[in-house]
Design a protein around this ligand. Structure first.
Ligand code: ARG
Length: 472
């Protein structure tokens, strides 16, 4: 049998392989809610503009509601022969309503339908991700306040560099998440234009009201160019780019959690809820959730790259290549959502070992910069000379396998005679972090203030609600 939707032009059915490569219903049934919402808006507009008579429009609306109910109840049978979600819905509608259902497709095409459905889906995903990023930022800021003065080693090159506080380290990720949310919100503003009514590519001769459908579906305005409307997938790529960068941030935090949870570091213990055991080694506590957050970055960035590659050689306007936009996007945004949830759980539950962290902060001559700064401040030495003197003292301590603060005053004076006993005050890690009072620095007082300010901003943000955007 030839296809119901375009059977007029065809005399035989597609090859089985054709059906298999062509059909998207296996994955685009995820767009069912959006597809029906867009059809509802479209038919109300067809009624208001008198393109379709009210009685037919009402019958179509009621029928669409029944289709929606059947899908929600799980009684709807999706058919691969009907290719995609748009034709599955429309075909069922025709069974319910009869031939009048055929009026729904006046002044539209699957090209603008899929564009509007996918925008609606991505917009929901963006709003949910934003709420999840907000929750993670809140968890991080809470833990940061709790540990604003817990000293740990700060690293460069993964070598101990200078003491910092655990709270300060956690707040670094709050900054990243705040930028991630900013990127999502920027993308949402550009995304929030309605392509419905572009029809196949050229617009339509019917007197449609695109402002009306745009408004009904919560868009800021209709898209301005019909060709661009059906061929644009920037809105997905931008969101995948923002998601990729967020996943990179989560992956870096995950990597640190993996390191910190090793017996060698011993900085944190993950709760039982976020650890796994080994089937052979009874002593093991593995940070699988953190490893998976790190690992899922691959598929999220992969989805962005895949879509960029799909789009790069496409002539305007729609080509079926674009059907490849969905699976990767669904997978990537759902994966990011899972990663955010897992990371929030891990952060809320992890137990820092502040004693071990502090001890580690004292190793590796982490206060050498404090000593050099003291030579500059107190002895008025040029910094480069102070750096050199400190280097000699570090070498001396290292030869004796002791810490800087364990050198005697006499030993220090053998390198620089003007050093006096007051120097010992800056060699401890607590004094070191307390001295870093410059704006953005790690001093516990700064960190507590920053954490409080983030918590206040995040609380205000939550009241505004996810998905709020400034009207562009
Ligand atoms: N399933 C299609 C997609 O996902 C819908 C649009 C089909 N348009 C067309 N002209 N064949 O892209």
């Amino acid at each position: 049998m030839s296809n119901k939707m375009w059977g007029g032009r065809f005399s035989s059915a597609p090859d089985a392989i054709m059906e298999e490569i062509n059909a998207s219903i296996g994955f685009d049934q995820k767009l069912a809610t959006q597809d029906i919402a867009a059809s509802m808006a479209h038919v109300r507009m067809l009624d208001a503009t008198k393109i379709v008579e009210t009685a037919s429009a009402n019958a179509i609306s009621t029928g669409l509601q029944q289709v929606a109910d059947e899908i929600a109840a799980g009684t709807f049978t999706f058919s691969r022969a009907l290719e995609d979600i748009h034709m599955n819905v429309e075909s069922r509608l025709a069974q319910i309503v009869g031939p009048e259902a055929g009026r729904l497709h006046t002044a539209r095409s699957r090209n603008d339908q899929v564009a509007v459905d996918f925008r609606l889906w991505v917009r929901d995903a963006v709003d949910n991700l934003d709420a999840q990023m907000h929750a993670l930022a809140q968890a991080l800021a809470q833990r940061a306040l709790e540990y604003h003065d817990a000293v740990m080693p700060g690293f460069t090159h993964l070598q101990v560099a200078q003491p910092v506080t655990f709270g300060h380290h956690l707040l670094a990720y709050v900054e990243m998440l705040s930028r991630d949310r900013g990127r999502l919100r920027d993308a949402r503003v550009r995304l929030n234009e309605c392509p419905l009514g572009a029809a196949a590519l050229a617009g339509t001769s019917f007197p449609i009201d695109r402002e009306m459908t745009a408004k009904a579906l919560g868009f800021n305005r209709p898209t301005a160019n019909s060709l661009d409307s059906v061929s644009d997938r920037d809105f997905v790529i931008e969101v995948l780019a923002a998601a990729s960068l967020c996943s990179v941030h989560l992956s870096r935090l995950a990597e640190e959690i993996v390191l910190w949870a090793t017996p060698q570091f011993g900085f944190i213990t993950l709760s039982d809820k976020f650890s796994t055991g080994s089937s052979i080694m009874p002593q093991k506590r593995n940070p699988d959730a953190a490893e998976l957050v790190r690992g899922k970055t691959g598929r999220i960035i992969g989805a962005m790259q895949a879509l960029l590659i799909v789009m790069k050689g496409l002539p305007l306007t729609y080509s079926k290549d674009m059907q490849e936009d969905k699976e990767g996007t669904f997978d990537a945004l759902q994966s990011l959502s899972l990663c955010l949830a897992a990371m929030t759980g891990m952060i809320q539950d992890l137990k820092p070992d502040v004693v071990r962290m502090k001890a580690a902060a004292g190793t590796g001559y982490a206060t050498a910069t404090d000593l050099a700064d003291w030579l500059v401040r107190v002895l008025n030495m040029p910094f480069r000379q102070a750096h050199h003197v400190t280097g000699r003292l570090v070498a001396m301590a290292s030869e004796q396998k002791i810490g800087l603060e364990e050198l005697t005053l006499r030993q220090m004076q053998s390198v620089e005679p003007k050093i006096d006993g007051a120097v010992f005050a800056v060699l401890g890690v607590d004094a070191s972090v307390a001295s870093r009072v410059s704006y953005g620095g790690t001093a516990p007082a700064n960190v507590a203030a920053q954490a409080r300010s983030w918590l206040a901003r995040l609380a205000k943000d939550a009241k505004q609600g996810a998905g709020e955007e400034k009207k562009a």
